[in-house]
Ligand binder design. Structure first.
Ligand code: ZN
Length: 442
């Protein structure tokens, strides 16, 4: 990393923090944890009650590990006690709030995230830190394909690109035909959006005969859904990102953690750096609730250190990852990297006694360049069973490829004996926002 250039050109790279030692960051965490535990105890009726029920007080916190004495907070708690304005969780007056974002609530009541003015600034600065870490600079043209509105993706990227000095095209999702013309006319250098939509845009450009490698797009920032190294490879090769010293960089976030911006990959693309000066991170075994051994996968548990309206103590994210605590080649020593998100615990497919991570299906299928799209139909209680529809490129797809795919899928999912159906190019749906590749028939 060329530090002199970074410091000279961008104030959202903060060497005193980002290049600090582990000890220095631990001291920051300790101070902030001590403060936030007292803060929620004094201000949030929910936490006052929860701490009392568990016979614990902020005075019981002295060392970092003491955080493990405190109870967890769950999504169910937020749904029950925080909706709509922050409810029992809220640590400020309603009049101190300046806005909300909200989850889609597809599985029930949504989770609403309230913001104070300071919360917005914290979020935007963290997002700006993310953009700079991913390689976005003043002068870039950022095509934002994350949805605008209640979803945090659109506005999160939009507002923070102003801080960095990148020019934003606030496209949102949809109108893909018109989008193609805009890409040709405005020559964006950065593209943000769900990996599914980025792939769809790439596919549409190629279909129109455009040489996508020659487009100025050099960085893409996919997020907001599960994706894999196979999708990264497709995006990087399709847009020729590596040849332009860029790449596809994974971003992480959640409405409960202000939005996107709690972590992002640097130029080394070896897991997203988690900003632990703002979000204290633990990785636990979701069954025993004990910390996992280094290098083992587990559920992310986050304590927000700087949120004002609705701080969270030991919040169970339901996302499973593996942490890499070694110093990164980019110079960040204290900010661990979360290897890929294996998936959401809630997204695991339970099928006749077996547990299947959707990521395994994606990794297996997209290894084959001829596979354009796929869809999984799960009939848990009926007679249709577990069906995987695989859409193949018409050019060059022959019986041999079909046999190879079938054998690979059978190998990785042997325990459920899936049915594999090959469908012609253009048959399966594409996604402008988040993908819906897993369908439950019953
Ligand atoms: Zn790094």
């Amino acid at each position: 990393m060329d530090l002199s250039r970074e410091i000279a050109t961008n104030k959202y790279f903060e060497p005193s923090i980002e290049l600090a030692s582990k000890e220095e960051i631990k001291n920051v965490q300790k101070k902030r944890l001590k403060y936030i535990l007292s803060y929620v105890y004094e201000r949030s009726p929910f936490y006052k009650r929860l701490f009392k029920e568990n016979n614990i007080s902020p005075y019981d916190f002295n060392e970092l590990d003491d955080i493990r004495k405190f109870p967890f907070t769950t999504k169910e708690d937020l749904i029950k006690y925080a909706y709509p304005y922050g409810g029992d969780f809220l640590c400020v007056n309603r009049e101190d709030l300046v806005g909300w974002h909200m989850t889609s609530g597809t599985t029930g009541r949504p989770i609403a995230g309230p913001y104070t003015s300071n919360d917005y600034w914290t979020w935007m600065k963290l997002m700006a830190r993310c953009l700079v870490t991913a390689g976005v600079r003043k002068g870039d043209i950022l095509l934002n394909l994350y949805g605008y509105g209640l979803f945090t993706g659109g506005l999160g990227f939009h507002q923070s690109s102003h801080l960095v000095g990148a020019a934003v095209i606030p496209w949102g999702v949809g109108r893909t035909e018109a989008l193609i013309q805009t890409i040709l006319d405005f020559s964006p250098t950065v593209m943000t959006g769900t990996p599914s939509y980025q792939l769809y845009v790439l596919e549409t450009l190629i279909k129109k005969g455009i040489d996508t490698k020659k487009l100025p797009i050099r960085i893409t920032i996919p997020g907001a859904e599960m994706w894999t190294e196979e999708i990264r490879r497709r995006l990087e090769e399709g847009f020729g990102l590596k040849e332009k010293n860029g790449g596809s960089r994974n971003v992480y976030g959640a409405t409960e953690l202000l939005g996107p911006g709690s972590g992002i990959e640097c130029e080394y693309e070896n897991g997203f750096h988690f900003w632990i000066d703002h979000f204290y991170l633990e990785i636990i075994d979701p069954e025993t609730l004990e910390p996992v051994q280094p290098g083992e996968s587990g559920e992310m548990v986050v304590t927000t250190l700087t949120k004002e309206a609705l701080p969270l103590i030991r919040y169970r994210m339901r996302d499973v990852t593996v942490l890499d605590d070694d110093p990164c080649n980019c110079g960040r020593k204290a900010f661990p990297r979360c290897k890929w998100i294996l998936g959401r615990i809630d997204d695991v497919i339970h099928y006749r006694g077996a547990k299947i991570w959707p990521k395994v299906i994606q990794e297996t299928l997209l290894k084959f360049p001829n596979v354009l799209e796929y869809q999984v139909e799960v009939d848990r209680f009926g007679t249709s069973g577990f069906t995987i529809k695989v859409e193949l490129e018409s050019k060059g797809s022959n019986e041999e490829i079909k046999r190879a795919i079938t054998s690979e899928v059978r190998k990785s999912l042997s325990f459920i004996n899936p049915k594999i159906i090959f469908v012609p190019e253009g048959t399966l749906p594409r996604y402008e926002g988040k993908s819906k590749r897993i369908i439950f028939l019953s």
